[in-house]
Design a binder for this molecule. Structure first.
Ligand SMILES: C[S@@+](CC[C@H](N)C(=O)[O-])C[C@H]1O[C@@H](n2cnc3c(N)ncnc32)[C@H](O)[C@@H]1O
Length: 284
């Protein structure tokens, strides 16, 4: 059995402050309770905190004991009738469209909260590909949504994938924007070993979300990631992204430029307070 999730003060601040404010705006804009898909864990702390804005929730859980507890607690909290529970690994359920009991998610969703265990960029790239599929599924229903991702920063994350990403990003920016020297300087700074891996990971994930979103007809609004120490001191990265469906046949064009997205960087959350960081390379 996997270790059960325990919350921590930084996570509590994110859930009850940062994320909740954005979800409230989505609720006002949508004008109805939001349909939720996520990995709430047995305590369902996110669902409980955001309950006033939510309609029905689909909870994915891969640990049998945790899923059992989730049912029990949903019953105690009297939200069982709003809960639809899927059993299995999130990436697999998205990839195959079915959980271990052959049940399908109830697409589409307004709010997707992926509180992963582990990193994002593994050898098989199954996680990025699952995200791409999730976004494509939403596109089929032409529904805008808010995507929240929390992941561990892992040394095991694919270094080659991230370094080649900055080579490609450089080619892309030079092709579209020019400004050869400043772009090359910034990309070299991203690849330098003195630059924290967090900076690379944040640029990688935000650009990935933008690319997947635009290709599936969503205008994408990325935010600076929030980085914090999770339970047990693990370094956690938190992304909150708006995907606004454009209802067009051609690729969407976001308001943020690619340079804007790369320059977003991240903020550190320390003891419940946000601190700006200067260690992210910027394209001038
Ligand atoms: C971090 S906890 C959820 C915390 C909750 N969202 C909150 O705000 O406090 C993640 C839960 O999802 C499950 N989980 C993690 N990664 C998963 C995955 N890839 N597929 C399915 N379940 C997963 C874990 O067993 C755990 O119960």
């Amino acid at each position: 059995m996997a270790t059960a999730f325990r919350s921590n003060p930084n996570k509590d601040v994110l859930r009850a402050g940062h994320d909740k404010a954005i979800i409230r705006q989505w609720f006002s804009r949508t004008g109805r309770p939001l349909e939720y898909l996520g990995l709430p864990g047995p305590d369902m702390l996110d669902i409980v905190e955001w309950q006033e804005f939510l309609g029905r929730f689909t909870a994915i859980e891969r640990d049998e004991n945790e899923q059992h507890l989730l049912f029990l607690r949903a019953n105690v909290r009297d939200v069982e009738h709003r809960l639809y529970s899927l059993y299995g690994e999130f990436d697999e359920i998205i990839r195959t469209g079915r959980d271990k009991y052959n049940r399908a998610p109830r697409w589409p969703y307004d709010l997707v909260n992926l509180d992963y265990y582990g990193g994002l960029v593994y050898q098989t790239l199954s996680r990025p590909l699952a995200l791409q599929k999730l976004i494509a599924n939403q596109d089929e229903y032409r529904l805008s949504f808010l995507l929240i991702i929390t992941q561990h920063l892992r040394d095991a994350d694919l270094k080659g994938e991230k370094l080649s990403f900055f080579d490609e990003l450089e080619r892309r920016l030079l092709r579209d924007v020019g400004r050869k020297v400043t772009i090359a300087d910034a990309m070299n700074a991203f690849k330098a070993s003195a630059t924290p891996d967090t900076a690379r990971q944040v640029a990688y994930v935000n650009v990935l979300l933008r690319d997947f979103g635009e290709a599936a007809h969503f205008q994408v609004n990325c935010r600076p990631a929030v980085v914090y120490s999770g339970t047990g001191g693990a370094r956690m990265l938190h992304f909150v992204t708006d995907l606004i469906h454009t209802d067009r046949a051609y690729r969407a064009v976001s308001e943020q430029s690619l340079i804007d997205v790369v320059n977003l960087g991240y903020r550190e959350l320390q003891n419940g307070r946000f601190v700006d960081t200067t260690s992210v390379p910027k394209i001038q």
